[in-house]
Design a protein. Structure first.
Length: 564
């Protein structure tokens, strides 16, 4: 790639591959494979850290769309980098593959290991002393965690598709356990040596007490996978999952494994994701861009997870690393910081801040007969009731009238819900839907909230994005109307005339996922008991969906149906 003003490292080197054993400060070694130019000159190194089979990362195969079978092929093309003058280093984290030690689920020791590895790589004769980090998903998750330690040799990271809050992004969406993805993901690890971090740190008595509390939770015990783990919590991989199950609230375990933007985070960083992985990586990209203390870029692409093996971002990453690791001014930092793909247009939109400055956050009220519109409430409007039980998860849907003009939405959303239940708990699952002129419906994005964890932190919340501390549970009082501010993951779409936007409210996500991408965002806990739930929508209890209108909808949708 080149322009009239800049050019990137050329494809001129022959690649060579060797195995490494990287010594770590506590005495373990990390197994690694380096692919670099076949000569004696020093080159920048790119560290790619993971927990999967290294041989899979080095395979030559034609890329295909994302699937569970290939989901872990995320280190990129080693020969692409070696041929352009970089040393591409794929390393197994402790307790996986041929690395020694015990896997601690991305705990502080694992992150310190990678900082040690960066220092060791920088000292090698074949390294220029400049090190970057590269890769997506798992490879991206570790990068900002390492960057916040500010290793001197780490000059830049390229970390699209990486969650940054282990509690909110990975295990407990809105305080609701996401267990299915965990069940699918664990077998992809390479011979993990797992143990319970809590049992080792807090002692066996505290661990056993936590297990007993988890076994008293009927919702957990209703899931065979979880019930079997709790029955034998220290057997093999069960220890790590048992730690998650007995830690349903945010706390030290998750904070130690999440990015703390108050410390470090000055390394130049490239973040990104796509609108389709809202149940895992998307929030981390937006959160990092908003809070990073150093130079940063953000790209949010179309709702299609990257092909495997991963290759799409290589030219963009080369431009990034040429700039920061080789001192080649590629002009990248003179361009806008944000690039967003707008679904329905096939085009990108550039910006300098998030949310976009042109956003008009607009309230769409929930009305009787399933209407969703900007109009206020009339006298006599009331409420809508539905049932939820292990045998039947009913749902409510509210739809806008057809759009009369192209309307662009780009940004975060929130459902401010006024609701009551016959139970002491409610697990809210909110879906935003799109219906085209032919009646075809597509899921755009989701939101979740455990009713007993509805408390928000006013200092950290905004009218368009509530912040739930998730540090305590306050049971619901049956029959009492409670307020729930349900964060819905962002999206960007241009709605054409005649198209509609919908809102689905349920207490489970039992729909069959149409694609592997959707499966990533589903598979949560549901209630083991039945209840009747009532959504209130009237002047006293104005339930409404806040939408980020960035273009169009100047005078609102039309109750007439929008026929011109």
């Amino acid at each position: 790639m080149f322009s009239v003003d800049w050019s990137l490292s050329e494809r001129r080197h022959a690649p060579a591959r060797t195995s490494l054993a990287i010594p770590i400060s506590d005495g373990i070694t990390l197994d690694a494979v380096v692919t670099r130019p076949d000569d004696d000159m020093p080159y920048p190194a790119l560290l790619c850290a993971h927990a999967y089979r290294t041989t899979d990362q080095l395979m030559h195969m034609r890329p295909v769309g994302f699937s569970h079978a290939r989901g872990h092929l995320e280190a990129g093309d080693p020969e692409f980098w070696a041929r352009r003058g970089y040393a591409h280093v794929v390393v197994n984290v402790r307790g996986t593959g041929n690395s020694t030690g015990t896997y601690d689920n991305l705990g502080p020791r694992t992150i310190q290991d990678l900082a040690d590895a960066i220092a060791w790589l920088a000292s090698q004769t074949w390294c220029s002393g400049a090190v970057g980090m590269f890769g997506i998903s798992y490879f991206a998750i570790v990068q900002p965690l390492v960057a916040q330690l500010s290793p001197p040799a780490l000059k830049a990271i390229f970390a699209p598709y990486g969650y940054t809050d282990m509690y909110r992004d990975r295990y407990y969406h809105g305080g609701i356990l996401s267990h299915k993805f965990m069940e699918m993901w664990l077998p992809t690890l390479d011979r993990p040596r797992l143990q319970s971090v809590l049992a080792a740190g807090d002692g066996r008595a505290a661990f056993d007490a936590g297990i007993a509390a988890a076994q008293a939770d009927a919702d957990l015990m209703a899931v065979p996978f979880l019930r079997d783990i709790l029955a034998d919590p220290l057997n093999g991989q069960n220890g790590m999952i048992a730690d998650i199950l007995q830690s349903p609230l945010d706390g030290q375990y998750y904070r130690e494994r999440s990015v703390d933007y108050a410390h470090g985070c000055t390394v130049p960083a490239y973040f990104g994701g796509c609108w389709g992985v809202h149940g895992l990586h998307l929030p981390g990209a937006l959160r990092s861009f908003a809070n990073w203390n150093g130079p940063r870029k953000l790209t949010i692409g179309p709702p299609v997870y990257l092909d495997r093996p991963f290759y799409q971002y290589h030219q963009e990453a080369l431009r990034w690393f040429d700039h920061w690791l080789k001192g080649n001014d590629t002009g990248m930092m003179d361009e806008t910081d944000i690039n967003l793909f707008i679904v329905g247009t096939g085009r990108w939109k550039s910006a300098q801040q998030w949310p976009l400055p042109e956003t008009r956050f607009t309230r769409f009220y929930l009305h009787e007969n399933g209407e969703l519109s900007e109009r206020g409430y009339t006298v006599g409007e009331g409420a809508t009731t539905f049932s939820d039980s292990p045998y039947c998860h009913e749902a409510l849907e509210f739809w806008t009238h057809p759009m009369v003009e192209e309307t662009e939405l780009a940004g975060p959303m929130v459902l401010n819900l006024h609701a009551s239940t016959t139970d002491t708990e409610a697990l809210w699952f909110v879906s935003v839907l799109h219906r085209d002129v032919h009646g075809t419906e597509t899921l755009l994005t989701r939101g979740w909230l455990r009713g007993s964890q509805r408390a928000t932190d006013p200092a950290s919340s905004t009218p368009w994005q509530p912040w739930h501390p998730h540090d305590a549970r306050e049971p619901l009082e049956p029959g009492v109307i409670h307020d729930f501010a349900i964060e819905i993951r962002p999206y960007a779409i241009a709605l054409r005339p005649g198209e509609r936007l919908g809102l689905r409210i349920k207490c489970a996500d039992d729909e069959a996922p149409p694609t592997p991408l959707d499966a990533i965002c589903q598979g949560h806990l549901s209630r083991a008991t039945g209840a009747r739930l009532t959504v209130h929508h009237n002047g006293d209890h104005p339930s409404h969906l806040v939408l980020p209108v960035t273009a169009g909808n100047r005078v609102g949708t039309f109750v007439s149906g929008g026929k011109l």
